[in-house]
Design a protein around this ligand. Structure first.
Ligand code: ASP
Ligand code: MG
Length: 413
């Protein structure tokens, strides 16, 4: 008998039919003797619908009331799922964040979980019940309802798993696992049996958006094994864990991640003196703009070019900052380019394997893709390229690192 936390996302509980299908799945699992805590999202589209209603009234609704409103989405699905289980003869109870209690700070719409009281959870489980918990919501010290930020139900599930020391946190979603890259770009993308937290963070932050990023950080920190599974089709899914041991035989590269959402800015002809990077990036940081890749050219006759990338949403703000500072920096001009993309190869295996960069650069050169910027970390090499070459680059890398599914007989693909 194991204690398992399961989470069902919006599409998995998107209609009464689907809620009943989830109830069938839970009833079957419960009958095998495991204890289950089930976290639910709002029915698909519901959170957006509620936010839309609020915005019809005000551009800036009161944050407390907005949380009161959007937190109802999860309460609808939890109660319906509980009824659906009860109809099947399974003893089930639904609990709001405050009833558990999932205690958070007081930052409405982006609250962080501070502590979870597991007393009630354990009591209900011992009574033989399936406990259904509303995802995405918590309660602050004043008893006010808070929410954790869009996609926050994943984080609710992982936090609950940590609080009750669950054997596994299973995230049921509309994909059957984490893939070597986006299957919409590469036909031969494969489901990974396992991936480490570190790799998952790199994959997730760059576009393979399967899990809420904070949930992965949380799971890594507390060592909670997380499994991503499809709620529509049976299969082992992808296990995300701290365990690197079973990766000895695994390929060096776990996957190819990419991100179209970047833009590049260059300060041309700045003096090649100490402090120049700080003078450029200081005001950018003060404006709360996150900088990703940074490149400074080799100086020539006391001048150099300084290039960096930011999220495309922040481009116009960053441009305005460069424009105001250009004269005091003694630069000649600034340029920007939003038609770029970032492609990364990710894998903990590159810690112990030389030649990953060479393989990557060769593969890109063979398809004629020019790299504008390169950045590396222990488990990732990223390059900035022209956006129109993105798909070509991803396919070339996927195949260069041997990630393509076998032509025939590969059931994973
Ligand atoms: N319902 C919330 C949202 O759509 C939380 C979640 O589904 O994880 O953001
Ligand atoms: Mg989600």
């Amino acid at each position: 008998m194991a204690l398992i936390v399961q989470k069902f996302g919006g599409t998995s509980v998107g209609s009464i039919e689907r809620i009943e299908a989830v109830a069938d799945r839970i009833a079957k699992h419960h009958a095998s003797g495991d204890q289950l805590i089930v976290v639910v999202s709002a029915m698909s589209g519901e959170t957006n619908r509620l936010i839309g209603l609020a915005s019809e009234i005000s551009d800036e609704p009161c944050p407390r009331e907005l949380d009161m409103l959007v937190s109802t989405g999860e309460q609808v699905s939890m109660a319906l799922l509980a009824m659906s289980l009860q109809k099947r003869g399974v003893d089930a109870i639904s609990l709001k964040g405050s009833q558990v209690a999932i205690k958070t700070d007081s930052f409405h719409s982006k609250a962080r979980i501070k502590d979870i009281d597991s007393t009630r959870l354990h009591a209900e489980l011992s009574a033989g019940k399936v406990v259904i918990v509303a995802g995405f919501q918590g309660v602050d010290d004043q008893g006010e309802t808070t929410t954790l930020g869009r996609g926050g139900s994943d984080t609710s599930a992982v936090a609950l798993a940590a609080a009750v020391n669950a054997a596994e946190c299973q995230i049921y979603t509309d994909v059957d696992g984490v893939y070597t890259t986006d299957p919409r770009v590469v036909d031969g993308a494969k489901r990974l049996d396992s991936i480490t937290f570190e790799e998952m963070l790199e994959m997730a932050s760059m576009g393979s958006k399967v899990l809420h990023l904070r949930s992965v950080e949380f799971a890594g920190k507390y060592g909670i094994p997380v499994r991503v599974l499809s709620s529509f089709k049976d299969g082992p899914g992808t296990l995300i864990s701290v365990d690197e041991d079973n990766l000895m035989e695994a390929p060096t590269i776990a996957g190819i991640a990419f991100n179209r959402d970047e833009a590049k800015l260059t300060m041309v002809g700045v003096p090649d003196t100490p402090g120049i990077a700080y003078q450029i990036l200081g005001p950018i940081g003060e404006a709360n703009i996150e900088v990703d890749v940074i490149l400074q050219n080799v100086g020539d006759e006391g001048k150099t070019d300084f290039t960096f990338t930011v999220s495309r949403n922040d481009l116009s703000r960053a441009e305005a900052i460069l424009e105001t500072h250009i004269s005091e920096l003694g630069a000649m001009e600034w340029r920007s380019d939003s038609k770029i993309a970032k492609v990364s190869v990710v894998g903990v295996g590159m810690r112990s394997h030389a030649g990953v960069a060479a393989t990557m650069f060769r593969a890109l050169s063979e398809v004629g893709v020019n790299m504008q910027m390169i950045s590396t970390s222990e488990i990732k090499i990223s390059v900035i390229i022209e956006e129109k070459f993105l798909e070509l680059a991803v396919r070339a890398l996927h195949s260069a690192f041997g990630l393509d599914a076998d032509e025939a007989g590969d059931t994973d693909a």
